[in-house]
Design a protein around this ligand. Structure first.
Ligand code: GCU
Length: 635
């Protein structure tokens, strides 16, 4: 397809002026208008949400990234008429901001204009791009104009890497559907809806928090809203490879096990799977459902490890479609207290991080941002990262594959979720499923986490137990975990969360020396861990304002944070089954929960790196500790 150059505003205005002369324009419903009973025009346009396409970046596509016009709409004026009826469900199906037409004559008027609107850089959250959007929570409309030349017999998918939180998407004035969930990809089948020439895609994004959502109202991270990851228009053949899994079989590393799933006109076809460098070539035949199992000898595939992150070119080719990927092959399992990577005991030398660039606040914008964060982790001598607390971008996982970092991937089932609400569970399960479907071929992902610091109780235990079983059903080749909580009584620390029986690790957050106890007291702690599984400490740490120096008893000083790290390392001797840690957190990050005007200023300062890129004292202490662990495990 021709490379897309989103049109500049001016030509679009001229174009639209010509168009409005003959096109039926609209005006917003005006007070006094007779409100027709809302016949569900939009409902008739049933949602065109399509099943995920594996490795969509590897398919023929054009990018719709770039500058999108935007309109801030705190009262959702572009969505509801003055009787609070949704325009897109109205009889006329016209009137919302998605319609983007011009008044046809002086009897009509419009009270918004994308053509005259400011623009946002997409992908990119809106909070970090405009002063008055920094704390904004609500609706912003965004519009992109692009050219297309749709071809007969081809499928077209309009793909969003992520929109936080609720997205209503329209193409050329027609509603495609709604997606909820701020960190997972979704796509619409727009085959037959693309115009030859000019097309208009409009997104109503709303980052309002809700108790019944995933995450819920209360989180310790910035509620960055908008289109935060890539937007692509993919072109696929009439029968295409929609999905595939190519990984080592669970418990039998001599075999590659997985599947290939075709979609489209002729789903029953022969598919060839090749890994040329390993001399592997096999053909399978898909059934009428388009699916075939892949089960072939693994031969002499070099195992992926953090020290040698070997990736193979893998090609799947059916009659009319070919897709190429870069896939690493490794096994991950537990045995008693050990975590086994490729059958060998490993210690997870990790660090936790948010999807945010500390130097240019906002969601990570691309490979440059991501590589910077992961490079800091590698410099710390990490072999592992906790991508908290929600799915990070696919590009981040592909970089972890390439740079050699094992990954804890997580869904934002965080704190006080509405455990009794079935819609909330369905949302959590959908986000977990989308995460696993997207990243199931990434060697770096070794753990699926179903949540963080959720309060123990029967509804929560049931909700998260079901999520854990869902993860296992979708992918039995990786570990399932969650960041649990502990009980404290004096110097006795107990980990007896009933959810642990559903999990492969005993992983928990503990803030000894910061939220409880003094720095020195933690050396007296005794740990009673009620399960015979590997222990991973998923958070510990302290705030430190970079450059603020004082004695080791003064909170928010670098010295306090450094002393806490040193005491934590000494405390770990009390946990003989400890097999991994992810200190909280790699870099200072924004949070509305941290308002102290001097030390925080809406920053959580537990980072080892400041928002100016300064590495605090504890950064080097952690590196020294990891160098020692590496020597012990890799002697
Ligand atoms: C919690 C939570 C983190 C939070 C951290 C903190 O454990 O999991 O999201 O940022 O503590 O209080 O800094």
């Amino acid at each position: 397809m021709r490379h897309l150059l989103p049109r500049l505003a001016l030509p679009a205005i001229l174009m639209l002026a010509a168009m409005a002369a003959h096109a039926g324009a609209h005006a917003q419903a005006r007070p006094g208008d007779v409100q027709l009973a809302g016949t569900p025009a939009a409902a008739a346009a049933a949602s065109r949400i399509a099943p995920p396409i594996q490795n969509i970046q590897g398919r023929s596509h054009v990018s719709l990234n770039g500058r999108w016009s935007y309109i801030i709409d705190p009262y959702e004026t572009g969505y509801y008429d003055y009787r609070r009826m949704p325009f897109d469900a109205s009889a006329s199906g016209k009137g919302g901001f998605y319609d983007d037409r011009k008044p046809k004559d002086k009897t009509e008027w419009a009270e918004y204009s994308f053509d005259l609107a400011p623009t946002l850089k997409i992908p990119g959250d809106w909070n970090s791009q405009a002063e008055r959007l920094q704390l904004y929570e609500g609706t912003v409309w965004m519009r992109q104009v692009f050219d297309a030349e749709p071809k007969e017999g081809k499928h077209y998918m309009l793909y969003f890497g992520a929109v936080n939180y609720e997205a209503h998407v329209y193409l050329n004035g027609k509603k495609l559907g709604v997606h909820r969930g701020g960190f997972t990809p979704f796509q619409f089948d727009v085959t037959g809806l693309l115009a030859k020439g000019r097309n208009v895609v409009v997104v109503k994004a709303d980052n309002t928090r809700h108790q019944e959502a995933i995450p819920t109202l209360n989180t310790d991270w910035w509620n960055y809203g908008g289109i935060t990851r890539d937007v692509l228009l993919a072109e696929l053949p009439s029968t295409y490879i929609a999905d595939y899994k190519v990984q080592l079989a669970k418990g039998d590393p001599g075999r590659i096990a997985g599947y290939v799933q075709l979609a489209g006109a002729a789903p029953a076809q022969q598919v060839t799977v090749t890994i040329p460098e390993a001399g592997i070539r096999a053909t399978v035949r898909t059934g009428a459902d388009g699916r075939a199992a892949i089960d072939l000898p693994a031969g002499k595939l070099q195992r992926w490890t953090p020290q040698q992150p070997k990736l193979y070119a893998v090609e799947l080719s059916s009659g009319g479609d070919t897709v190429r990927d870069r896939i690493g092959f490794r096994t991950i399992a537990t045995r008693g207290h050990e975590i086994l990577l490729n059958g060998k005991p490993v210690f997870l030398r990790g660090v936790a991080l948010h999807d945010e660039n500390p130097l240019i606040p906002g969601r990570l914008r691309g490979a440059g941002d991501m590589r910077m964060l992961l490079q800091w982790a590698k410099e710390l001598n990490c072999n592992y990262v906790r991508l908290a607390h929600y799915p990070h971008s696919e590009e981040m996982l592909r970089l972890a594959d390439e740079m050699g970092l094992m990954v804890w991937a997580e869904v934002p089932v965080y704190w006080t979720i509405s455990w009794d609400n079935p819609d909330t569970y369905a949302n959590a399960s959908a986000q977990l499923t989308d995460l696993i479907v997207r990243d199931k071929n990434r060697a770096s992902v070794v753990i699926w986490s179903v949540g963080n610091e959720t309060p123990i109780g029967a509804p929560r235990n049931a909700f998260m137990g079901k999520l854990a079983r869902t993860a296992r059903a979708l992918d039995d080749t990786r570990l399932v975990a969650a960041a649990l909580e502990i009980h404290r009584s004096g110097a006795d620390i107990t980990v007896d969360d009933p959810l642990a029986q559903e999990l492969d690790l005993i992983s928990f957050n503990e803030y000894a020396g910061w939220y409880w106890s003094s720095n020195a007291d933690m050396l007296n702690y005794r740990f009673d861990i009620k399960a015979d599984k590997p222990v991973v400490i998923t958070e510990f740490g302290a705030d430190a304002l970079a450059g603020y120096h004082a004695d080791a008893d003064t909170r928010f000083s670098e010295e306090y944070q450094d002393a806490l790290y040193r005491n934590q390392f000494r405390m770990f001797a009390a946990i003989p089954s400890l097999r991994g840690i992810t200190p909280w957190v790699l870099a200072d990050f924004r949070s509305p929960r941290r308002p102290h005007p001097y030390f925080q200023d809406f920053w959580n300062r537990k980072g080892l790196v400041s928002e100016t890129g300064k590495k605090k004292m504890a950064y080097w202490t952690l590196k020294e500790y990891y160098d020692g662990i590496q020597k012990k495990y890799e002697k």
